[in-house]
Design a binder for this molecule. Structure first.
Ligand SMILES: [Zn+2]
Length: 614
């Protein structure tokens, strides 16, 4: 079906082009775990091995990224959002006794600008069912479930509800899925959020003015909506799983190949854990990036698009997310993020690609980037992502290699999470009971072992490059694709959306030209990195950072080149997915009108400008 292939070899400059259409290998990324109460995302990797079936020689090099572990979706319809039950404290008690001078009170209940995200992401069109996702700061003395938020639209009350979720950044949130029907509502509206509207909370809420947020919401006419709307879900059954894709997306285009990769990846996870699934898994391939490329709760949600700027291989991502589902059988649903992510990275054999976890962890220690385990265990997602996942995975590998898989499985099953969500002490107790050693002793033994590994310069370059890349990628998300930024993202349960017939939440995303340019640059940087071209990757990463540092102006020649080609193609109505740059020429891979067919166009530098090659 695709006549042409190109291949990106380790040498980035080598490419083949066979015809006008290209099969693009896709990329998936990292995973996060959503848990029932306090969602903690976990990255996973996937390596896409989806190979074009057409030309035997063409090898697709998919780029995948790590994924997050979303809330555990159970079989039955479930409450929409993870409800944090962990750290909630009791309601405010009596005021301080008169004899003790009251401590100066700090106003802790407020809503900040920028704490609101809307879905579908990118742009709201008439006919959309809008989801509001608002983070609210609350005093330590108040239970989140006692903090109500009232929502008004144009002065008319829409709803009033208590906070009902918690994001991976540990902020309390109000999530109102698909709550406002915009049919017939094109135009500009004022949405007002008021925390504690009846002023029930006094202590810790001294300033009432910052309890309110007014947001101007523009609903564009349906006629302007060229994004995919009113699509349907397409389902394909394979052993152990049902694959769900949205019609008209890259995932539907590549569904047959995805089915093969998914089946093989699920089998790999089964083999790694020695566990057979006790139910059929739902696997959703979505066309927007969330977090590092995926998450898993009761089902798996994995990014599959043609411009997957999070990188990562799709097969690795699927293995990782499958482990997040399978391990619930071992842990009896009582796992903690550190161990769950560690097990997923260990069982996948790496986070974003096949990795030697021992050598990589040794490189981490040798470069001074190691973070003590207690810090990671108690604060997994906020810790630097790549470091947290690597240490967790390498630590699990150490336990398995040293004391055996059966012992580890027993330990994993024995672990009972602490009720306050801080598990370092609990981990210490469980290690002592099962292995006869404290966390400190085992960590020390492990570090000694890592210290004996000869430092590999390639490994160091790869590790440092990965950490830098993902830090830049997340910085891009926080600024330009905020609903994808893992600490603040809403990780929707796809069955809720499917039941409501909604798909835009899983396909739409910001598509300004700045998004296209930076996403293309990120995509190419990750491919360079993964293929071992560290120096070229560093140059490209530097260019991306420079644009972010300079109000999105591309001031160096490399960034200017990507920008120029994207804009030239945009003027033709083309959406660039990839740019394969080779000196004074470039091959641009693009789509038209949000359709998943890929085309290519050759550019060359002509004088001072880039133009379509004659
Ligand atoms: Zn994960």
């Amino acid at each position: 079906m695709w006549g042409i292939f190109y291949r990106l070899k380790h040498n980035y400059r080598t490419q083949w082009l066979a015809s006008t259409t290209v099969f693009l290998s896709l990329t998936l990324s990292g995973c996060s775990l959503l848990q029932e109460e306090a969602p903690t995302p976990v990255p996973i990797q996937a390596t896409s091995t989806v190979a074009p079936t057409v030309a035997p020689t063409a090898s697709l090099e998919p780029t995948l990224a790590p994924t997050l572990i979303p809330p555990t979706e159970t079989a039955e319809p479930v409450p929409v959002e993870p409800t944090p039950t962990a750290t909630v404290e009791t309601a405010p008690t009596d005021p301080p006794a008169p004899t003790t001078p009251p401590e100066p009170v700090q106003d802790a209940l407020f809503i900040e600008e920028g704490q609101l995200n809307l879905y579908p992401p990118g742009q709201i069109y008439e006919g959309d069912q809008v989801t509001f996702h608002l983070a609210v700061s609350i005093p330590d003395t108040v239970s989140f479930s006692n903090v109500a938020v009232r929502v008004d639209i144009d002065g008319e009350k829409l709803t009033e509800q208590a906070l009902n979720g918690r994001n991976l950044g540990r902020e309390y949130t109000l999530i109102l899925p698909l709550v406002w029907d915009t049919t017939g509502k094109a135009g500009t509206h004022t949405v007002t959020f008021t925390a504690d509207p009846n002023n029930l909370i006094q202590y810790g809420d001294e300033n009432l003015e910052n309890n309110r947020l007014d947001y101007e919401l523009v609903v564009r006419p349906a006629a302007e909506n060229f994004s995919r709307s009113n699509q349907s879900w397409v389902v394909k059954e394979i052993p152990y799983a049902r694959i769900h894709v949205v019609s008209g997306t890259a995932a539907e285009r590549d569904l047959e190949k995805l089915a093969i990769v998914t089946e093989a990846s699920i089998q790999k996870a089964i083999d790694a854990l020695g566990e057979e699934p006790r139910r059929i898994y739902d696997v959703y391939f979505i066309e927007r990036v969330i977090g590092q490329g995926g998450y898993a709760g009761g089902s798996m949600v994995i990014t599959y698009n043609d411009r997957n700027y999070t990188g990562g291989r799709i097969d690795e991502v699927i293995v990782h997310e499958t482990v997040h589902l399978l391990d619930q059988q071992i842990s009896n649903n009582s796992r903690i993020t550190f161990l769950a992510e560690g097990l997923a990275v260990y069982a996948s054999g790496g986070h974003y690609k096949p990795e030697d976890l021992n050598a990589r962890a040794a490189a981490l220690v040798a470069t001074g980037n190691y973070i003590p385990l207690t810090q990671i265990i108690d604060n997994f997602y906020p810790v630097q992502h790549e470091i947290g996942y690597l240490e967790a995975g390498a630590f699990v590998q150490y336990l398995v290699d040293t004391y055996g898989w059966d012992k580890f499985k027993e330990f994993y099953a024995d672990f009972q999470p602490a009720s306050d969500g801080f598990n370092a002490a609990r981990l210490n107790e469980t290690l002592l009971a099962d292995y006869g050693k404290t966390l400190e002793q085992i960590e020390q033994e492990w570090l000694t072992k890592l210290g004996e590994i000869t430092l590999d310069r390639e490994e160091v370059a790869d590790l440092n490059g990965s950490i830098r890349f993902y830090n830049i990628m997340r910085r891009y998300q926080a600024i330009h694709d905020p609903t994808a930024y893992f600490l603040e993202a809403w990780l929707p349960r796809p069955n809720l959306l499917r039941d409501r017939g909604a798909t835009a939440e899983l396909t739409r995303h910001p598509e300004q030209t700045i998004n296209l340019v930076l996403e293309v640059m990120l995509t190419e940087a990750e491919i360079l990195l993964r293929s071992g071209n560290f120096r070229q990757a560093e140059v490209l990463m530097g260019s991306i950072e420079r644009a972010l540092d300079n109000q999105n102006n591309f001031i160096d020649p490399l960034g200017a080149t990507y920008n120029e080609i994207v804009l030239e193609a945009y003027g033709r109505g083309y959406e660039i997915q990839r740019i394969l740059l080779d000196g004074q020429s470039a091959i641009a891979v693009y789509t038209i009108n949000n359709q998943p067919t890929l085309y290519t166009l050759e550019y060359s530098r002509q004088g001072a400008a880039w133009a379509v090659a004659q």
